[in-house]
Design a protein around this ligand. Structure first.
Ligand code: EPZ
Length: 435
């Protein structure tokens, strides 16, 4: 992938209010975890509503390289793990995304051994795996963590043994990995201080649909009773919480009126509450949310928190909007230690923000002005798009491939709502306006 000035770019002509309806795709983070979890099955698994995103493609390829049979057709994938012949994922693919760490739990839980390189993913601060490793050790695995490779092996035969595990912090990935590792262990596992995010519940639901016995997902204590085998299933991924939220923010930021279909409003309550506080109108019923501008965008105090608090993955698009809110906003990022890089880019558009450690003080300006910006990670990319949509004039976004990792047809969906985003593949300028 060519990065930066010579690579692909998006050009956004700003200042166009979004209006109309948009459909939400399957969730990125739930899909990545469910794909990994399918390795635990003794039969064939069908996954429906997979999003068209780069990370899902890479995750499926990782499984194929382990020997899994994978056939993808549109939004469905049929995964048959009976032919798996390796317990070490391909290094370059594993290092492309954080969710590759789930292969550790899945392979260890199924075959009693795994060897994975440290995962990659967005550069948003320290992303340790100590809680994953601690939990796997408690389940009876010998784990070494040296030279960027984690090796884990069940001490007794090829099966782990249930245990009581107290997580020192709420970790989404750690909770999911330990569900994967423990669902086929001998005996019962109790996971204390578990994460409650929708994708933790999704993984538990998926495993239970194969015959696992997991109770309490969505609370901070999860009880797993290990089973000897897991049968095939057909399972549809829940809608993407963060795509939903990003669309809600884009609607509000452009003074628009957008109906978001096929989402789960209860997953969006923290964001909806903040938009209402800003003066934006938010209505929901069934699987639909409508976001309407009232012409007012007040500044806010905002703190990211674990679910059901305000999600860190929406902090970046939200702070982009706050750059043009009325008043001074105070945003505290409590989950990751380096998730304000997008604000440096937004300064080029006239945004006034000061970052001190994990706190950003944002003085709203009446208007942002188009500029050349570089995406540094997935949600930073989405934040730059939100800013570009709000701004006067044209905005250039370099490194848009970060956005494709996690948003399906993002430019195309926004263009269908009235945005004008042109995707350019090369500097020579083979322009392609999203439909
Ligand atoms: C998941 O990352 C998501 N990724 C992230 O989505 C999301 O931002 C994050 O959860 C929080 O909601 C996937 O689902 C693939 P954590 P994860 O373990 O699992 C520390 C996006 O944009 N920690 O809950 O890596 C860690 O350093 C992304 O879609 C430890 O110290 O998040 C971090 O500060 C990016 N030791 C905090 O906990 C551990 O063993 C939260 O991490 C594990 C985590």
């Amino acid at each position: 992938m060519v990065e930066g000035a010579n690579g692909p770019r998006w050009i956004i002509e700003g200042g166009r209010p979004l209006s109309g309806a948009v459909d939400i795709g399957g969730g990125k983070n739930p899909a990545l975890a469910v794909i990994a979890a399918s390795l635990l099955c003794d039969e064939q698994v069908t996954i429906e509503n997979l999003p068209y995103i780069e990370d899902a493609r890479v995750m499926l390829e990782l499984l194929e390289c382990l020997g899994t049979k994978v056939s993808r057709c549109g939004r469905s994938a049929v995964i048959d793990p009976r032919t798996v012949c390796r317990c070490a994922p391909r290094r370059d693919l594993a290092q492309a995304l954080r969710a590759s760490s789930y292969l550790l739990g899945a392979l260890l839980g199924r075959w009693g051994q795994a060897e994975t390189p440290y995962p990659g993913g967005c550069d948003i601060g320290d992303r340790a795996l100590d809680q994953h490793i601690k939990g796997m050790r408690a389940l009876g695995a010998a784990v070494t963590d040296q030279y960027g490779v984690i090796r884990a092996k069940a001490r007794r035969g090829d099966r782990l043994v249930g245990a009581e595990i107290y997580l020192d912090m709420v970790t989404v990935g750690g909770t999911i990995n330990l569900l994967l590792a423990s669902c086929r262990a001998k005996g019962q596992t109790l996971l204390f201080n578990a994460a409650k995010e929708p994708h933790v519940v999704e993984v538990a639901n998926f495993l239970n649909s194969m015959g696992a016995r997991i109770k309490g997902a969505g609370t901070d204590v999860i009880r797993v009773t290990g089973v000897d085998s897991l049968h095939g299933t057909s399972y549809a991924i829940i809608p993407d919480q963060i795509e939903t939220g990003t669309m809600m923010i884009a609607a509000a930021a452009t003074d628009g009126d957008v109906t978001i279909r096929g989402c789960i409003p209860t997953h969006m309550e923290a964001l909806s509450a903040k938009l209402l506080e800003m003066g934006v109108r938010v209505d929901d019923h069934d699987d639909v949310i409508r976001v309407r501008s009232t012409g007012i965008r007040r500044a806010l105090t905002l703190k990211t928190q674990v679910y059901p608090g305000f999600p860190t993955d929406l902090q970046q698009p939200m702070t982009a909007m706050l750059c043009a809110a009325r008043g001074v906003s105070l945003v505290t990022e409590t989950i990751f230690d380096s998730r304000f890089k997008h604000l440096r880019e937004l300064a080029r558009m006239g945004a006034k923000a000061q970052v001190m450690d994990r706190v950003a003080v944002i003085e709203g300006v009446p208007e942002l002005t188009g500029a050349s910006l570089t995406a540094t990670d997935l949600r930073a990319g989405a934040a730059l798009v939100v800013a570009g949509l709000m701004a006067r004039g044209a905005t250039e976004i370099l490194n848009p491939h970060y956005i494709d990792r996690g948003y399906e047809y993002f430019a195309e969906k926004l263009n269908a709502l009235g945005a004008r985003i042109i995707k350019e593949d090369s500097r020579e300028g083979q322009a392609e306006a999203g439909a």
